[in-house]
Design a protein around this ligand. Structure first.
Ligand SMILES: Cc1cc2nc3c(=O)[nH]c(=O)nc-3n(C[C@H](O)[C@H](O)[C@H](O)COP(=O)(O)O)c2cc1C
Length: 185
């Protein structure tokens, strides 16, 4: 099974998730890079004005992969805008099946919203949408408090706190692959 992981990350959390999964899945990896340097204010303006920041071109043979994995932060329930720019560009591509994962704070109702956004941008549903929630790593007194959740930075060691979920994630992709092969046979 060939997998391409495409990620965007502003403060590195999702970069660490993407590189971790790349190793686990033996996948190819490519990064969404905005054309102009981004600041916190850029994120705010993206959200306020629903902007789509320009990104550097990504030249991938999308249809040559068995599946694509998109990875990006969530900002105010929205998939990070540089990733949205790419998703819009891919709407008419012959994309293979795709999934989405994010290392985010965690917020109620977000799962459905992320599924809907992917459907809207790409015109077909994601196979899987995974949220790894920073809230789960915080002590009780810090859970759900934006000053702790939005400033939390994971590293290559701490990502192992999600090992159980990451194993499930990898298994579900592998079993989807087996199911697909069975259906195609
Ligand atoms: C302005 C802002 C808004 C955010 N909104 C949400 C949100 O609605 N839901 C959520 O789960 N996380 C939210 N987060 C948390 C980020 O998704 C989280 O910090 C993420 O790990 C950052 O990824 P990165 O380091 O790859 O850029 C927000 C963070 C910022 C800075």
């Amino acid at each position: 099974m060939s997998t391409l992981i495409v990620y965007y990350s502003y403060t590195n959390n999702n970069r660490i998730l993407a590189t971790h999964l790349q190793q686990q899945l033996d996948a190819d990896l490519t990064e969404v890079i905005p054309k102009r340097k981004r600041f916190k204010l850029s994120i705010l303006f993206d959200l306020l004005f629903k902007r789509r920041p320009k990104i550097q071109p990504i030249k991938e043979q999308w249809s040559s992969y068995d599946q694509i994995f998109f990875i990006a932060p969530v900002w105010d329930m929205q998939i990070a805008h540089p990733m949205k720019t790419l998703l819009d560009q891919l709407k008419d591509e012959n994309l293979p099946r795709f999934s989405f994962a994010t290392l985010c704070s965690g917020r109620q109702g977000q799962q459905k919203s992320l599924e809907q956004q992917l459907q809207q941008h790409l015109g077909k549903p994601a196979e899987q949408v995974f949220q790894l929630e920073i809230n789960e790593l915080l002590p009780p007194e810090q859970k759900g408090k934006v000053q702790y959740t939005s400033t939390y930075r994971i590293d290559a060691q701490r990502i192992h706190a999600f090992d159980d979920q990451l194993t499930q994630l990898i298994e579900s992709i592998t079993s989807t692959d087996k199911h697909q092969k069975h259906a195609d046979a």
